[in-house]
Ligand binder design. Structure first.
Ligand code: AMP
Ligand code: ZN
Length: 288
């Protein structure tokens, strides 16, 4: 099966409506560009969304690639300028947290929490029914493996082709059309279609543990990466049936997870969906 056929098969699992408004999270990299290109080709109602992280020349190049892609595909592009909206770029925000009480927190972990918070809020403002991201098979297998190695496989419980904690009106479900597609196939496809893309890795992605796991993953065949994900899905459904929630293992309140059943939870500070009283984003901002 080729990349477009695999994406079609993946999307069939979540029964998207061609008219619903999907906000496509575009980083400037190959994965989100391929995902966007294929959603557009398949006739979905998409709009681009880019967070300009203001990380020097790298961010400028990403922004240009995203603008070129949206122009080529004739889709609307929303740009969230982090410096304008939050007062400083990602490098400054992150180092303020790390030199404050957030010593030891990884760059990608901090950036990931901030990006997810922004995406959910902005996609809701744009009245989107879904957020699509470019996570591929390698990303997902890596994350599951790291969670297993760190002793918390249940942290992968909400991941999947579509996020599992949908059902809360303030939470915009996230979909991953490239969930089952190996990174190398995505790279080749992006080159074949000559998409405007930045191939360099983010200069701040320095998490040595993830790099180590990625190196290992690069030594195994794609079918084994797929096996990791298939097994992850089986393990997650067992954990889910056993009633354990990610919160139970994170030292938080042992309430129901937001959106699963019962009352959804919202951050007391910012009002965004949250598993705890204060969301991860607000917790980070307090560490500065
Ligand atoms: P990453 O966490 O950088 O591997 O990115 C995973 C996915 O998140 C990408 O494929 C994009 O869909 C989305 N994403 C990452 N960075 C940005 C950004 N600056 N703006 C919008 N979406 C992003
Ligand atoms: Zn909050």
């Amino acid at each position: 099966m080729n990349v477009p056929q695999k994406v079609k098969q993946t999307l069939a699992k979540i029964k998207l409506n061609k008219r619903e408004r999907i906000v496509v999270a575009l980083s400037g990299g190959k994965d989100s560009a391929v995902m966007c290109y294929l959603l557009k080709k398949a006739g979905y109602n998409i709009e681009g969304f880019h967070i300009d992280l203001s990380m020097s020349e790298y961010s400028d190049r990403c922004l240009k690639a995203v603008r070129d892609l949206c122009e080529q595909l004739e889709i609307k592009l929303y740009i969230y300028d982090i410096k304008k909206e939050m007062g400083s770029g990602m490098c400054y925000l992150r180092s303020a947290i790390q030199t404050g009480q957030g010593k030891g927190l990884k760059n990608c972990a901090i950036c990931g929490v901030i990006k997810k918070w922004i995406m959910n809020r902005e996609a809701r403002r744009l009245k989107a029914s879904k957020i699509a991201t470019g996570h591929n098979l390698d990303d997902e297998a890596q994350t599951f493996l790291i969670n297993v190695l760190k002793g918390s496989p249940e942290l992968s419980m909400n991941s999947g082709v579509m996020s599992k904690n949908a059902g809360d009106k303030k939470f915009i479900p996230r979909i991953k059309p490239l969930f089952y597609i190996p990174e190398e196939e995505v790279r080749k496809y992006s080159k074949k279609e000559k998409l405007p893309v930045i191939y360099d890795k983010c200069p701040c992605a320095l998490d040595s543990y993830r790099i180590q796991v990625r190196k290992f993953m690069n030594t195994i065949p794609d079918k084994d990466k797929l096996n990791i994900l298939k097994n992850a899905e089986r393990v997650m459904s067992k954990i889910k049936n056993s009633g354990v929630s990610p919160r139970d293992t994170q030292g938080g309140h042992k309430n129901l997870r937001a959106g699963d059943s019962g009352e959804p939870n919202y951050c007391k500070n910012c009002g965004e969906p949250s598993r705890k009283e204060i969301c991860k984003m607000c917790e980070l901002m307090r560490l500065k």
